[in-house]
Design a protein around this ligand. Structure first.
Ligand code: SF4
Ligand code: SF4
Length: 89
């Protein structure tokens, strides 16, 4: 839980203060999002994403998809605790 809060803060700080790092990381990513929804099926504190319904993202790869979802995970450290995302393997 605490590590996920740290990740939320870190992700936003990188987004605001180091966009160049995100651009570099996007080029380095080995894989692409498999829409497995592990990252979306995550409850942070009491909140779960409002777009996540019936086990799917309702705005996946549309203009409504939040930027922070497009760039997730920025690097290995950015992956949620217990997430099985394979982007950086
Ligand atoms: S866990 Fe990774 S591969 Fe799965 S939906 Fe999220 S970003 Fe995509
Ligand atoms: S907007 Fe879609 S990709 Fe982003 S957390 Fe919500 S359900 Fe997942």
């Amino acid at each position: 839980m605490l590590s996920d809060i740290y990740k939320i803060i870190r992700r936003r700080l990188i987004y605001v203060f180091a966009p160049w790092y995100i651009l570099r990381q996007l080029k380095l990513r080995q894989s692409s999002c498999g829409d497995c929804t592990y990252c979306c099926d995550k409850k942070i504190l009491w909140f779960k994403c409002k777009y996540f319904k019936d086990g799917r993202c309702g705005v996946y790869k549309t203009k409504k998809m939040p930027t922070l979802c497009w760039i997730y995970p920025i690097d290995k450290k950015d992956i949620w605790h217990n997430d099985k995302c394979k982007f950086w393997e």
